[in-house]
Design a protein around this ligand. Structure first.
Ligand code: FDA
Length: 300
């Protein structure tokens, strides 16, 4: 299947390194906000002007060298300073494997602590993105450790996992982003069909809207969004308890439409030169996204 081909490509280390070297190509610039902080702040300003906030991700994951993890930490801290200095409406999303989770748990925790402490000074939220199944439990361990000292953190619940509802209930007092799940996972830990995943996705969203702190509903799926809009109305859920999220460059009209309706809307803004795995996962989710690539390549 095309999905498996793109997931396979996303994990290819040689291609990842080559992509980094040769800059944003293959249409990736439509879904990546910038290669540096300056360009990215400009993109955030233009979202903010449309009433949309941003969660900013320094692209990169599955880092195996300490030096690269420390460089990622510096990039993220520089972005936090830039968000604060420029007064834009944005916070941070980050991936534990980019900050050394595969190198050493304690090293990763220390890197995260520095980032979360800096953001805490500026009352800025940090979202710990969730990666593939092997990294889920260690990521919750990091989150639980950090939650002892900081209240400016939250994470992601991936609806395709059987464990998702337990994780959601355990962390209901946090700000949570709920998604379908982006990685290829085996049938002993994850639902495999679209129907099962959608059903669990809705269950999780409804539970957290009714019982949780703050819900980020992260999807491009209009059927899910329509369902959520009806549910919110029916249960009279206050608009300050949730937001919709989508990825930068996708369904831009729908993003604006939801923001114009008065909902909180937050766009996930990836930046940096390590765009390749992120971009391949987007193609795996929706091969029609290739249209974006063709348009970009052929309409120059
Ligand atoms: P899905 O791809 O299932 O599409 C459902 C339907 O919606 C399609 O059949 C089509 O009708 C419509 N549709 C979708 N995209 C469209 C488009 N571009 N144009 C027109 N119609 C479209 N995953 C993860 O594992 N860990 C994480 O931390 C995150 N974080 C994250 C943040 C944010 C802000 C988002 C939006 C997503 C993530 N994800 C993620 C990815 C997530 O798990 C999931 O893989 C993708 O969002 C794809 O699923 P969707 O729910 O968007 O719709």
């Amino acid at each position: 299947m095309l999905k498996d081909v793109f997931i396979g490509l996303s994990q290819n280390r040689l291609l990842t390194a080559a992509a980094k070297k040769y800059g944003l190509k293959l249409g990736a610039q439509t879904v990546v906000a910038g290669t540096n902080i300056e360009e990215t702040i400009k993109s955030i300003r233009s979202l903010n002007a449309q009433g949309i906030s941003a969660t900013v991700d320094n692209l990169g994951e599955f880092v195996f060298e300490r030096e690269a993890a420390l460089e990622a930490k510096t990039n993220i801290m520089d972005m936090i300073e830039a968000i604060h200095k420029n007064g834009v409406d944005a916070h941070i999303s980050l991936k534990p494997t980019q900050l050394g989770l595969d190198i050493d748990y304690g090293f990763c925790l220390e890197n995260l602590k520095e980032i979360v402490a800096l953001a805490h000074n500026y009352h800025m939220h940090i979202n710990i993105d969730m990666e593939d199944y092997g990294h889920v439990q260690p990521s919750y361990d990091l989150l639980n450790e950090l939650s002892k000292d900081y209240d400016n953190i939250g994470t992601v619940i991936q609806a395709y996992f059987f464990r998702a509802m337990d994780d959601l209930q355990e962390h209901k007092d946090l700000r949570l982003r709920i998604v379908k799940g982006a990685y290829k996972e085996p049938a002993d830990v994850a639902y495999q069909t679209r129907e099962e995943i959608d059903e669990n996705f809705i269950k999780l969203i409804e539970y957290h809207l009714l019982n949780g702190k703050f819900t980020s509903i992260a999807t491009h799926d209009h059927n899910i969004i329509n369902h959520v809009e009806a549910f919110i109305k029916e249960h009279d859920i206050s608009y300050d308890k949730f937001e919709f999220q989508m990825l930068y460059g996708f369904r831009k009209e729908l993003q604006r439409e939801l923001a114009d309706k008065g909902y909180n809307f937050c766009t996930y803004v990836p930046f940096g030169d390590d765009w390749y795995a992120y971009f391949m996962r987007r193609l795996a989710e929706r091969p029609q996204n290739l249209n974006l690539v063709f348009k970009q390549v052929f309409t120059k």
